[in-house]
Design a protein around this ligand. Sequence first.
Ligand code: ATP
Ligand code: MG
Length: 581
Amino acid sequence: MTDQAAETATTNPVVSNFIRSRIDEDCAHKTYGRKVATRFPPEPNGFLHFGHAKSIFLNFGLAQDYLAQCPQSLCNLRFDDTNPTKEETEYVDAIREDVAWLGFDTSGREYYASDYFERLYQCAEQLVHAGLAYVDSQDSESLRATRGTLTEPGTNSPYRARSIEENLDLFRRMRAGEFADGAHILRAKIDMAAPNMNLRDPAIYRIRHAHHHRTGDAWCIYPMYDFAHCVSDAIEGITHSLCTLEFTDHRPLYEWFLDRLAELGAFNRPLPQQIEFSRLNLTYVVLSKRKLIQLVNDGHVDGWNDPRLPTLKGARRRGFTPTGFKLFADRIGISKSDSLIDYQVLEDCMREDLNERAERRVAVLNPLKLVLTNFPENHIEPCFAPNHPHHAELGKREIPLSRELWIEREDFMIEPTKGFFRLTPGKEVRLRYGYIIKCTGFDRDESGQVTQVYGEYDADTKSGTPGSETRKVKGNIHWLSCAHSVPAEIRFYDRLFRTAAPGGRQEGDAPDFERDFLTDINPNAKQIQVGRVEQALAHCPAESCYQFERNGYFVADQFDHTPGKPIFNRTVTLRDSWSKN
Ligand code: ATP
Ligand code: MG
């Protein structure tokens, strides 16, 4: 566990849920001895997203939390790589990195379903030997046609009555590569009339002459998910196999396979149990791998680690934090019914963590020059700003004040609107950590755009000096000395979609209208501007996060920020600005 994960594990009290209650019961009855074994089983066919974070905190979190009570508790990272055509090593490495980033050390606990291919094959042979599986030679169309529907039973395959010897012979020849893809499948012999369609003689193995990213060309038959998953759980001694709700109807099959295999001596009881929980659904994002791939491949974003994407790689680059995700996972909890979580809940968790973690700095994002005409030329007045308002131990730093300053363009208005208390001709404002100044004039170009503002400072009002607070002004604006700040590229990121349910129905849509989720993309979700930052920020390490006072939370870009060429990404604004839209 990293320090950060350890810190969150101890600061957040554990809230119970139905999975913990089930585990508590198993612990009380010593069902599995002194062990709670879970696994996180991603298919390495894409990058992890926010939904996976929920599953990671659940699975690894349980193993961690029960360790004191059940010292053999563990959580495996299992690459569920039984589908040869879609999987790649690149994803395996990325997944491992993401899990580590969230704070979980998987060294010594990494497994691959493909490592069990031989064992899986042997289990399948055992089922054939016992008359519990058969080779079906119908084509895919007949297989579909004889499966029945939700209201009609299926019909038995003409091959269902094959002898055990014939099935064994065919299955072995399938493995040996004698047949083309689709010529045969191995099926469990359960019940073609079962009300649960998953029990209508489901496929166990199919022929796929395809290269596998780990086993190469050693196999040309590959196990189906429902078979591979429960057997992998049993091989690893998993006690509680947690999956999302859409697998509820697969549970009888999970149990059928393991019960039969236990009866045949392949596994000892107690067997792993499958428990379902609701998947994470979030407003304003899409969490399906298919849609994420489309966004990347069609160039709507700049790659898998684009800060606008809800991938963990994107989140990291955006400046979201592992502790923020942990807070989020705890806050949304675990339930048995599907729900839609407001994106704001996630952002609030990030704000909460960053508010604590991020040191304060000054940045002027949209600079406008202010000249203090009564400020001595060449004089530099040191001003001091606390690095963190809640952590005095982090100290203060010097911000030099001089005659020429940058202020935020939006902090000046020629004719103030109601409630505008910042800089405006003839009025006073405080330069944060500095002096009270009065606006004495401004210049404009031909287009009417303000190009420079003039002011005079009051030398008796410096923040922190005796009597400085006696004169009150309403506005308090941030600034940077022109000579003591540096330009920085600021990338403003916002929500990738304009609508809470991308691709969902909207008012005014015709009844048969199908909205493409791509039409809901927010074209302004990425904007780049050149601002000014404190000099020292040009040399902060990549991934350092800061609160730019009054402006939000920002992070030095993980890849593009280099010494002397500062680049910051906006992680999140200080307050939610979407709820009023
Ligand atoms: P997708 O639907 O995006 O393709 P998946 O379920 O196919 O995702 P896997 O790699 O198979 O992706 O998922 C690994 C684990 O993460 C599974 O146990 C799965 O239940 C869990 N998981 C995936 N998406 C979510 C989600 N939105 N919320 C919670 N858990 C999820
Ligand atoms: Mg899956």
